[in-house]
Design a protein around this ligand. Sequence first.
Ligand code: CO
Ligand code: CO
Length: 304
Amino acid sequence: MVGTETADDAAVYQISEELAIIQTVDFFTPIADDPYAFGQIAAANALSDVYAMGGAPKIALNIAAFPNCLPVEILGEILRGGADKVKEAGAVLAGGHTIQDEEPKYGLCVTGFVHPQKMWKNVGAQAGDLLLLTKPLGNGILNTAARAELLTEAEQEAVIHTMALLNKYAAEAMSGLTVHACTDITGFGLAGHAMEMARGSNGTLQIHTAELPVFPGAVEYAAMGLVPAGTYRNREYVSDVSVGNIQGTSMEDIIFDPQTSGGLLAALPAEEAYIARQRMREKNITCAVIGQVVANEKEKLIFD
Ligand code: CO
Ligand code: CO
């Protein structure tokens, strides 16, 4: 049902009238000093693609690389972090594979279930839809600042907590509602993933910069030049974008900032978007109405 055509979050294969399976894999090098936190974040990131499709994770397999010069207890902590997130997701961790490598790497291969008629794609947004974003932006910038040992304890805690947070709760808040399009914000940043949604939906996404949720400190660290290299790659990749009066400011860095385990970006009819936001507020989940879908214009993505 879903392959490589629209740069969607996962592959989907229909089994029957009532069941389709979602298949995805994601892994990366350590994003946090604490191995347990790294395991949690890598797992939350991998599981996220199933939530972005409107599905429920069912089976997960570890994929890991680890050097033989480090104590094996560290690998144990990474896997424990991952296992705890898989459990929280309500899925079964059923094994996996570890190879020896110079740098640690960890992630999951995840299989999820979805009803074929209830699947969310990253395309299909319609003019008039409101756009919801369910995690603050700027974690790539904060992680760059963390490597320079500049983060305060509170900033460090906030960014780790948010990256480790499952998109399960945001997805659950939208279940039963009309979700025309949904994706999660990861390596291509808000602008890159929003661009995929706009292109595939044959519409234009108009995003109000002032409404964007941003991690405390991200604007300041970006102004100090603590911007990951991926930000500039994303800026080149995204064409047909108007950044309006944020051009050259830290906010421009933030919209292109590659995210690790970012939030969901979803397009819903206005009334239902507000219902979703209300449900998320009740559960203390970030949920901002960041803009709307308009008819196709010359620019596919307009930041105002
Ligand atoms: Co994704
Ligand atoms: Co992914």
